[in-house]
Write a protein that binds this ligand. Structure first.
Ligand SMILES: [Zn+2]
Length: 701
């Protein structure tokens, strides 16, 4: 009660100030006191208003006041301080902005801004009045007129699971740009849907979508953090029906993959974990649960090049939009750098324009957050060479948004800040697509080269952004302890058949999928010789493999046996490979024949002579040179990444039916022949350079 009375006193003072200002309009511009905010503007966008003004010398902070008004500009409610602008809010201090949000979109308001010097309130600016942007979509245009349950209840209720399915099905039915696919089912059998969105229509198959360098948004993994999910549903409608040239241009250059609710059971019950209590954002590497398995299998098949993962965060002190890149030290440097560029280079800069306060996760007194667990999607995606970021929506308004005791206001601010972020994410991908793809190629090639130490837990540092910086406290250092560093990487991990195919108990109800099934969901290549199963590290996900298969890993699937290279240095004369042979930093002068049922794995190796493998169990070459023809015809696994072949390459008659040969980032000085392979070889999105002719199966590689 006491608090209410104080508010009323403040309100009556503010009304008096308003009336005074209104009564003396002629003086407002000519005699503005030096400490009065001037040049206030209000720009309308989806669910928020960007207020901008001329800075006042010596201002400590600014207060943003909002008053609801009617069509005649008569107040219909009390003026309220809805925002506090602080200097650590944005990178460009000379052009202060504040994204006011939380109101019901479409209503009309008057805004004023005043500086404070210390605690001394300076005069308010002249007011500006505007009608805010109504919820997106013409209410009489089919498709556009769709609304979520959250929108129709004015943020009083979140969209239910059945509402979501009806809404996404309606978008699917009404828009050629959208295809809804079911990725899997939750433990309680709720569909996990993904909207595949492209212009004029999305590519038809996962492989074809992968060729468009798609982007993926995971909207709701923690069931009690639903703000991002509502933004995803609204954005899906915009992408499906908007005729804005920006939208059609975006969708003509990529495919947008939106998974509104991976954790439908948790959302329905408003719990963080799924129905078994598992925090799914601690399971993306282990994939013990059907929900995470569905997402990781999607990443394998659709190969997004960039991603966002939506959350809410309980720090009420600072920051609207804490973000964080994949920090695990096994993430390739180009992916870390590109993700940081997306956050600090793009989001911080655009946030300063729009008035949203993006900041590093932690932001201000944020605690022990944002660490290196590979089980977190942010890190898992980084280890899968996906430029990506965590997104946290500050869960309560706190000191800088003092009017968010109102639940609906708070929810709207969160959702529309997420909507802004996701649109910015698409713009970043559109503008920086070439850099994102280069980072991905460089990352895959460096991972496949299998050089440098491995770290089982430990993060790259996130230094504070140079002042003036958005947020003071990046997440903690999280350096790897010495006992979680492996300086000399093995060539491969060897699993017994019991380890590989044995029953497991770590899934829902004490039943888990096999290690073989989980490795397949990650998309790793495995060489099977007799009862032994080898997982070579000269693969794109080299940084993730040891985290699941090494005995020193913190959260592992099994204790694989480290297999070290057996062939190094110089060797002259013909070589016949039997069993599992791993060459690293080797020079082989002579022809190499891989026997039926045997396997050859190479890194940093030069072979001078033909390489022939007929009926081999596997051939995986990375960062290697073959001076001579290469002919591989096996029923085993094949991967050639970042190699140079001086001679013809023939990949024919490889018919595993499930494991597509990989030929990526390789230069071939001769013809490339690919016939009778099933599946067809692919290039991971990294083009090869072929100096001779190519046959049909490899024509597009
Ligand atoms: Zn979360």
């Amino acid at each position: 009660m006491r608090r209410q009375r104080q508010t009323l006193i403040a309100v009556s003072t503010l009304i008096a100030l308003t009336l005074t200002t209104a009564a003396t309009p002629a003086n407002a511009h000519t005699t503005a006191p030096p400490d009065q905010v001037t040049a206030l503007t209000a720009h309308q966008a989806d669910g928020y208003t960007t207020l901008a003004w001329q800075p006042v010398d010596g201002a400590t902070d600014y207060q943003i006041e909002r008053t609801p008004v009617d069509a005649d500009n008569t107040p219909t409610g009390v003026p309220t301080i809805v925002g506090i602008w602080r200097p650590n809010r944005q990178i460009n201090q000379q052009a202060p902005t504040f994204a006011d949000a939380g109101y019901h979109p479409g209503d009309t308001f008057q805004w004023r801004v005043r500086a404070r010097t210390g605690t001394t309130e300076q005069p308010y600016s002249d007011p500006v009045t505007a009608t805010t942007t109504a919820p997106w979509g013409n209410p009489t245009t089919p498709g556009e007129q769709l609304r979520t349950g959250w929108e129709t209840t004015r943020a009083a209720q979140y969209t239910t699971d059945t509402d979501e399915y009806a809404y996404t099905a309606a978008i699917d039915a009404l828009s050629d740009r959208v295809r809804v696919v079911e990725l899997g089912r939750t433990v309680q059998n709720r569909p996990i849907n993904m909207m595949v969105i492209g212009h004029p229509t999305p590519a038809a198959t996962p492989q074809a979508v992968a060729a468009t360098a798609p982007v993926a948004i995971n909207c709701n993994v923690h069931g009690n953090e639903p703000g991002d999910r509502e933004a995803c549903l609204i954005m899906a409608r915009q992408l499906a029906f908007s005729t804005d040239p920006r939208i059609t241009d975006l969708l003509s250059h990529t495919t947008v993959l939106i998974v509104p609710t991976i954790n439908g059971d948790g959302r329905a019950n408003n719990t963080r974990g799924n129905s078994t209590g598992q925090d799914l954002n601690r399971d993306y590497s282990l994939i013990r649960q059907p929900e995470t398995t569905a997402y990781i299998t999607m990443v394998r098949d659709y190969r997004p090049v960039a991603g966002y993962d939506g959350h809410e965060f309980g720090n009420s002190r600072a920051g609207d939009l804490p973000m964080l890149p994949p920090r695990h030290q096994n993430v390739a440097q180009p992916i870390f750098d590109q993700s940081q560029d997306m956050i600090e280079g793009h989001m911080y800069a655009k946030g300063a324009e729009a008035g949203w306060w993006a900041c590093p996760y932690g932001c201000e007194g944020g605690g022990n957050v944002g660490l290196s667990e590979e089980t977190i999607l942010r890190n898992t995606l980084g280890l899968k060479n996906v430029t990506n970021s965590l997104l946290e929506l500050r869960s309560s308004g706190g000191q800088t948004r003092p009017d968010e005791g109102n639940t609906a206001n708070n929810r709207r601010r969160k959702t529309y800040s997420a909507l802004w972020t996701f649109h910015q994410f698409l713009d970043y991908h559109r503008a920086d697509r070439a850099d994102i793809l280069t980072a991905r190629s460089d990352a895959i090639e460096s991972q496949a080269a299998n050089t440098g130490r491995l770290v089982f837990r430990g993060s790259r540092p996130i230094p504070a952004h140079p002042a003036p910086h958005p947020g003071d406290s990046p997440p903690p250092l999280d350096a790897p302890p010495a006992d979680l560093i492996l300086d000399t990487p093995p060539c491969a991990y060897k699993l017994t058949d019991a380890q590989y195919n044995g029953a497991r108990t770590d899934g829902p109800g004490g039943v888990g999928t096999t290690v073989a099934q989980r490795i397949a969901a990650h998309g790793w290549k495995v060489i099977t010789i007799g009862d032994d199963h080898y997982v070579p590290l000269n693969q794109p996900e080299r940084g993730l493999i040891p985290l699941l298969l090494d005995s020193k890993a913190v959260e592992k699937l099994t204790d694989g046996e480290r297999v070290h290279p057996t062939l190094t240095g110089r060797r002259n004369g013909p070589l016949t490979v039997t069993g599992f042979t791993c060459a690293d930093d080797a020079t082989i002068n002579g022809p190499v024949t891989v026997r039926a049922g045997a396997a050859l794995v190479t890194t940093a190796t030069t072979i001078s002579g033909p390489l022939t493998a007929t009926g081999a169990a596997g051939v995986l070459l990375a960062d290697s040179t073959i001076n001579g023809p290469v002919r591989i015809a096996t029923t085993g696994t094949i991967s050639i990444i970042d190699a140079t072949v001086a001679g013809p390459v023939d990949l024919s008659g490889n018919t595993t039916a499930t494991d597509a040969p990989v030929l990526a980032g390789t230069t071939i000085r001769g013809p490339l022949t690919c016939t009778g392979n099933n599946p067809t070889p692919h290039n991971l999105g990294i083009a090869n350079t072929v100096h001779g002719p190519r046959t049909t199966q490899c024509a597009a590689l």
